[in-house]
Design a protein around this ligand. Structure first.
Ligand SMILES: [Zn+2]
Ligand SMILES: [Zn+2]
Length: 334
């Protein structure tokens, strides 16, 4: 099979490797497409070290090519999305349902080989069958969508509430749509106004920028009170964490799902005085089926989110494209 193998920082080579055979409980997936995200970029660039050589790729879909024993419920030829994280299933965190927090969690495409290859071998329990009629582009966004489905659930949303989504990348534009599907009013907040029309086309009721320095004022005007009920932070920068807290009203909730890699200075005096609830949200627990459903129903739209597509042998260009200002979601077709 053809696979793109990372041998060291920025040393990505498309190679021929032997085909895969599933062990008990495993499925071999004939990969059709893999999405690329900031995590892949950090691994590719060397910011996030991994054990080399590694086949990256954790956002991928395909067809079941072969099944090992003990994989009832799946069949060869079935179209699936891969949930690329699996936990140990035995530790106290797993037993209480917090499998996303398991200290022995394995991430496919990060800890073990993933989907930037013609084939990937994954636990059968990571395979979610595609609903009839769903498009490949829709299915491919199931993984990032599951991240924001969980973030929104962590926010304990109620219909009619006001929300602000910080960040207008793939996660932010997906989060706005999930919030709209749950009956909230959404203020999208970008660094600049460049994605205002796209955010509005995907359902955002209003738009504000942080560069204006008036995002908090916009949140007050939008909510008609001291700020929005809920903020979902998807930008994952240190400054965005502090900005997120300014948008919610006293007693409001802030869910952080972007991953800020640098420490953030947060005014905790204001957190205490305003009784803010700050919640982390890490990938997903049981949100994958809901994400697939939202995509299958057409309640979350992805067409305008996939901005770049590359074949596997041009995967280096996909990493360069990921950093271009126009990029929202870059995908690799396999
Ligand atoms: Zn990702
Ligand atoms: Zn565990």
């Amino acid at each position: 099979m053809r696979a793109s193998v990372l041998h060291g920082p920025r040393d990505l080579r498309v190679e021929t490797r032997s085909g895969l055979t599933p062990a008990a409980g495993q499925a071999v997936v004939r990969v059709s497409a893999s999405g690329l995200c900031g995590t892949d970029y950090r691994i590719w660039s060397g910011d996030r070290p991994v054990a080399y050589p590694l086949i990256m790729g954790h956002e991928f879909i395909g067809e079941i090519a072969a099944l090992g024993p003990g994989t009832e419920g799946l069949r060869v030829g079935q179209k699936i999305a891969v949930e690329p994280n699996f936990s140990c299933g035995a530790c106290p965190l797993c037993r209480e349902g917090n499998k996303n927090l398991c200290l022995s969690r394995t991430a496919i495409g990060i800890d073990v080989h993933g989907g930037f290859a013609e084939q990937a071998c994954v636990p059968a329990r990571c395979c979610w069958p595609a609903p009839a009629g769903i498009g490949d582009d829709q299915l491919l966004l199931a993984e990032p969508l599951a991240v924001v489905v969980r973030a929104v659930a962590r926010g304990e949303v109620r219909p009619g509430e006001s929300a602000a989504v910080l960040g207008v990348g793939a996660l932010g534009l997906l989060a706005s749509q999930v919030l709209k599907a749950k009956g909230l009013r959404v203020l999208a907040v970008g660094r600049t106004a460049r994605r205002e029309s796209l955010a509005r086309a995907l359902g955002a009721d209003a738009f504000a920028t942080t560069e204006s320095g008036r995002a908090a004022e916009a949140a007050r005007a939008f909510s008609g009170r001291e700020g929005v009920d809920l903020v979902v932070e998807t930008a994952g920068t240190a400054v965005a964490v502090a900005q997120a807290l300014e948008l919610a009203h006293p007693g409001g909730r802030v869910v952080l799902t972007g991953l800020p890699h640098e420490p953030s200075s947060v005014d905790f005096f204001s957190v205490v005085r305003r009784e803010m609830r700050i919640l982390g949200s890490m990938i997903y627990q049981d949100e994958f089926p809901e994400a697939v459903r939202l995509l299958g129903d057409g309640r979350v739209r992805v067409e305008s989110l996939i901005t770049h597509r590359f074949p596997l042998d041009r995967i280096q260009e996909a990493f360069a494209a990921h950093r271009s200002p126009e990029a929202i979601k870059v995908t690799v077709s396999i």
